[in-house]
Design a protein around this ligand. Structure first.
Ligand code: TRP
Ligand code: SF4
Length: 330
């Protein structure tokens, strides 16, 4: 499966239902990259274990659900390799080998590590696996010779660490593994229902798989411009989070909505109702595709198995090269 297109890798952790922030901020971008790159999209279940190792009963169903989400939003298993990390043990072997050249200090200094230690205080995560998170992430990318990694700002430290590991590895063993580069997208971050960045941990998210009723309930519960008491009070759309979401889901009406709000010609209840309907219809095709897949588990099983096989075949070359360079057995 040689290809002239540059290799691109990205991963997503199965830590709960994927949401609109994932869709607008990442998955839609992934869908459009499929033509120009040789793409690998990976559901990284081992990464989910780095913090969620105690209770794993939900892990398999979450992985499957996320896989279905990825297919539903338009990732194409013909053009791209869509798979589950633990299906390809090469990631684990490569992480082990990369770990040999990764100084502890690099990992301990990683800003995401320090931040997570603070945020998840009280949970026992001072573990080897958690400290090694970026090494495993580097292995994910390098196993396929990934050159481009579409990521958000929050992942830049991991990518920088990956590049440092590659340089050190190449220097020691005389290999020529490529240094992966970030592919930043221009989409502004999507706010959640409370105005902060949409995130499962804030509880302000709307799942891609949410039913219309759930979407309506979440949107109708949003806080609008607090200065508006009556519906003919002039509003300030720039401080209203409903307005920010209209930007993403009612793009063509956005200006008009802002104007009507400012002139006091738009009621907040109606405005929210319009937003919820815009989101429901935006997700319409995704929901249809999702329901189709849910009704056909055999096809999902086949696609998961096919993705894993394709991933294993694709990483074989680099793994052989790395083993040879380090003088261990193939
Ligand atoms: N750490 C990434 C995140 O939390 C997920 C991830 C794992 C990843 N391996 C990757 C992203 C490789 C890009 C490339 O979002
Ligand atoms: Fe926000 Fe719409 Fe109300 Fe204006 S009319 S404050 S944009 S919800």
């Amino acid at each position: 499966m040689t290809s002239e297109r540059p290799v691109l890798f990205s991963g997503v952790r199965p830590t709960g239902r994927a949401h609109l922030g994932n869709l607008v901020g990442a998955f839609e971008n992934w869908v459009s990259l499929q033509d120009r790159y040789e793409c690998f999209f990976c559901v990284v279940d081992w990464h989910a274990l780095t913090t969620g190792y105690e209770d794993t009963v939900e892990l398999r169903p979450r992985v499957r659900d996320l896989f279905i989400d990825l297919l539903s939003v338009g990732l194409d298993p013909e053009r791209s390799t869509i798979f589950v990390q633990s299906q390809n043990k090469d990631h684990a072997e490569l992480a082990l080998l990369l770990g040999m050249v990764t100084p502890l200090g690099w990992l301990e200094r990683c800003p995401t590590y320090k931040e997570q230690l603070r945020e998840l205080e009280g949970r026992e995560i001072t573990n080897f696996g958690f400290l090694g998170y970026p090494v495993l992430q580097a292995a994910d990318i390098l196993a396929y010779g990934g050159e481009w990694v579409p990521v958000g700002e929050d992942q830049l430290p991991h990518l920088e660490l990956c590049r440092e590991i590659v340089r050190r590895f190449n220097y020691i063993y005389g290999t020529a593994l490529p240094e992966p580069k970030p592919l930043m997208s221009r989409v502004p971050m999507l706010p959640g229902t409370d105005g902060r960045k949409m995130s499962k941990s804030y509880g302000n998210d709307i799942a891609i798989s949410a039913e219309p009723e759930e979407i309506r309930a979440k949107v109708m519960g949003m806080i609008t411009d607090p200065a508006r008491i009556r519906k003919d009070d002039p509003g300030h759309p720039e401080v209203c989070n409903v307005y920010s979401l209209h930007r993403a889901f009612s793009a063509h009406l956005h200006e008009a909505i802002g104007g009507e709000c400012r002139e006091g010609r738009r009621g907040c209840v109606a405005c929210k109702r319009e937003l919820s309907e815009a989101i429901v219809s935006y997700l319409g095709p995704v929901r249809a595709r999702r329901n189709e897949l849910l009704g056909d588990p055999g096809t999902v099983d086949r696609l998961v198995a096919g993705g894993g096989a394709r991933a294993r075949a694709a990483s074989a070359r680099i793994l052989a090269e790395v083993r040879r360079a380090m003088n261990v057995w193939t």
